[in-house]
Design a protein around this ligand. Sequence first.
Ligand code: AKB
Length: 321
Amino acid sequence: MARPTKRILVTGATGQIGSELVPELRKRYGGENVVVGGHKRPPSADLAETGPFETVEVTKRDTIEAVVKKYGIDTIYHMVAIMSATGEKNPQHAWDVNINGTYNIFEIARENGIRVFHPSSIAVFGPETPRENTPQETVLKPRTIYGITKVAGEQLGEYYVRKFGVDIRGVRYPGIISNKTLPGGGTTDYAVEIFYEAIKNKRYTCFLRDDSTLPMMYMPDCINATLQLMDADASGLKHHTDFNLAAISFSPKELAAEIKKHIPEFTISYKPDERQKIADSWPKTIDDSAARKEWGWKPKYNLAEMTKDMLEVLGKKLRPA
Ligand code: AKB
């Protein structure tokens, strides 16, 4: 059956996840129907050549409204956010972008009957949360401004679903590992940096301790989860904006050992910085049974498969033949 035409806006579309989500959406819905929204980073040639780009600054409501009107937008993937480590450097800015920006998106969605994907994060959890197999329903007392804004975003989204009937959905992303666009300002970023350094220099100094186990996910699984949740039948959803989502959990030591299987000369050393405290406040493993039950979530990549693929793809990119 043909899909109904969608007109989609992706905010933060030039970022780590946005830059890989947009090509998938354009494959499905046509390049002209998926608008890349951004303002800081110019779009890559790939994004610029395959469909429209518009300047969207989520804290400036009129910039969103103009695009919604111009393109008749019916779905927004609201991917822009200030991450955990960057947020701690300027909490006021993180609040502005993550809270005021999200409020603008939700209000415009309410007024125009727009569906929204609004990602949350494992950053909603804090030291009082059980760290092993973290339940769907649990203590949400984060210690970072990023986590606080993500809890508020989940709650506000849920309120808009119940109060106004707006279709807002979201998952709690773990650390996302990818090879196209670098992540920016997160605590889990080491798990991407390590691959670049392993290929280029065969050594890496990690900003987390060797035993800092965190939930992670390879980008293809992240994109699948995002699209799968948005495709899910609304009648099957008990949760909306706050699905726990899991794929792989590992520590820097375990990831380094996996990389060593492919690059035996690779060495790692550890110099924990202020991000260690954030990592120590987050879960090690996540119970994502609600996502599995309500919309059929199942990850494809384990640690070995992700590592092999990352090294292959990045090897070609960083050392072209
Ligand atoms: C971060 O480390 O801040 C992000 C996240 C887990 O949401 N990658």
